[in-house]
Design a protein around this ligand. Sequence first.
Ligand code: NDP
Length: 319
Amino acid sequence: MDSTEKQDRRERAKERREKRRQEISLIRSIPYSDHQRWWSAETIAVVTGANRGIGFEIAHQLGLHGLTVVLTSRETAVGEEAAKVLQEGGLNVVFHQLDVLDQESIDSFCAWIKENYGGIDILINNAGFNHNIGSENSVEFAEKVISTNYVGTKNMIKATIPLMRPNAAGARIVTVSSRLGRLNGRKNRISDDEVRHQLEDVDSLSEELIDATVNKFLEQVKDGTWTSGGWPQNNTDYSLSKLAVNAYTRLVARDLADRPEGEKIYINCYCPGWVKTAMTGWAGQVTPEEGADTAVWLSLLPDMRVSGKFFAERREIHF
Ligand code: NDP
């Protein structure tokens, strides 16, 4: 493809993005009708890493829809401050400390939830970390990236599944992932076809396989061989952490699929787009408000039946 064709393609993609942004902005202005609103002020939504960025906006929008939002943050002072902003706006938001990498913090959070609310209806796994900004590709913090994004998300899913309250509309888990973690992305993917096929096959997918994949990468980071390991070339540690999150979403959806009506738990992940937050050095294309939208939409979908899928801009996309 020559450079003019590339330029045209980029222009067309930009136009499509802009059109979709406008469509969503229009759809968002239409309120949910009474028969669509399966939730109430007693519906409990927990958001991780909600002291700033996309997580804060998800908490904000769920609060505007009238749910009780548990805004969590690993640092108490900043979390309380963030919750206060939303409370002062009249929203039903409570704060609790939660570090998704600290099992003691998770346990005490879950005990508090049980005692105060009996359980939860919606979990948003938003907490995340990326060291690189732009086209940098340092793996200096690979362990922290993989553990925050993948292990932290896994910790929260495991801890909260037993807390999910029975509900005719189904409980929901939504994880903020990224298109960078696509298994079959055009440009940024694991080069080994066999590894990709293994991770794609949901029937044989296992936590051990996903763990082994990320651990192999971390070992190669330690011994300095990761650059020739066939890993995604762009934001390698981060891309792999989100690839693991996506695979884990499909795995958990498979394992939860047999739950009876009334006790269903739907689990999905989504890409918020390239968002202007601290993580991107505020260099993204969309606002946190727009980046939060698909999480809120998935959390509230009336007649929810979809699980184990990947979304962006309120549409399903390929893993
Ligand atoms: P921010 O850096 O603004 O927010 C990240 C949040 O995660 C912060 O609140 C941070 O807390 C929290 N966090 C980090 N580690 C932990 C932990 N161990 N326990 C609890 N909370 C933790 O970034 P964004 O808002 O942009 O990112 C939110 C999510 O969106 C992430 O999962 C990210 O990967 C994803 N995403 C973002 C994109 C973007 O373009 N911005 C694109 C695709 C996905 P603290 O303030 O204490 O550090």
